[in-house]
Design a protein around this ligand. Structure first.
Ligand code: ATP
Ligand code: MG
Length: 208
């Protein structure tokens, strides 16, 4: 496991931030921002999942895509891709990385960014042992999960992990959906533009 940019090579480095983003919140943005800074990434592409294999009742793809666009607007090194949404099938990280590699070629080093919770469940992902051939597995701290548990992952996965300590943000989309359904709102948990969007589209008023 490595924990700084020095051992990465000189290729163009692109961060990939996948997520359901239902809704996108400051925990996601902080994970991306800290990875960008620590690993000197050239850019970060946010990729909202189309149909996540592990989740059933989620907001429409277009709402999640629009909120991700609003949250990242104005940050020159952040962009949003529709590739998983437009695929129209369940989204798997391995398929996305293969597609990106085919488009961008070998001169790019991909850094797939996840929170610790997601990395600890990597063995449930499709063809997960192939991922180290395609990308670095950038893993950021997430409250409630211990980095010690990373040692239980297979060695090939561990060797691809770049672990980054970020300020612990005890925040999840589930928690935000619950708060909104209870009338508490999401101020200071999501960007203002996302909060406005949630209110105007009347999202999450009944918790799923
Ligand atoms: P949900 O509660 O619906 O699962 P979530 O907040 O976990 O939502 P996801 O869209 O599932 O958000 O997560 C996308 C990615 O962002 C995952 O890799 C997850 O680990 C990471 N992430 C989400 N919230 C945080 C946070 N507060 N700190 C660090 N990483 C986070
Ligand atoms: Mg999650």
């Amino acid at each position: 496991m490595i924990n700084n940019a020095s051992t990465l090579n000189n290729k163009r480095r692109i961060g990939i931030m996948g997520g359901t983003f239902d809704p996108i919140h400051f925990g996601h943005l902080l994970a991306a921002e800290e990875s960008h800074r620590e690993l000197e990434l050239d850019e970060i592409i946010f990729i909202p999942t189309g149909q996540p294999p592990h989740k059933c009742k989620i907001s429409s793809q277009e709402h999640r895509y629009d909120m991700t666009l609003l949250a990242t607007a104005g940050i020159p090194y952040f962009s949003v891709s529709r590739m998983e949404i437009d695929r129209g099938k369940p989204s798997h990280t391995i398929d996305t990385l293969r597609e990106l590699k085919a488009i961008m070629g070998n001169e790019v080093e991909f850094c797939f960014i996840t929170g610790l919770d997601a990395m600890l469940s990597i063995s449930s992902w499709k063809e997960y042992m192939e991922l180290p051939h395609l990308c670095r597995l950038v893993t950021v701290t997430r409250p409630g999960y211990s980095p010690k548990n990373l040692h239980e992952l297979p060695q090939q996965i561990r060797e691809a992990i770049v672990f980054i300590e970020i300020p612990r943000f005890s925040l999840s989309s589930t928690n935000i959906r619950e708060r909104i359904s209870e009338g508490k709102g999401a101020k200071y948990l999501v960007p203002d533009a996302v909060e406005d969007y949630i209110r105007k589209c009347r999202l999450y008023l009944s918790h799923k």
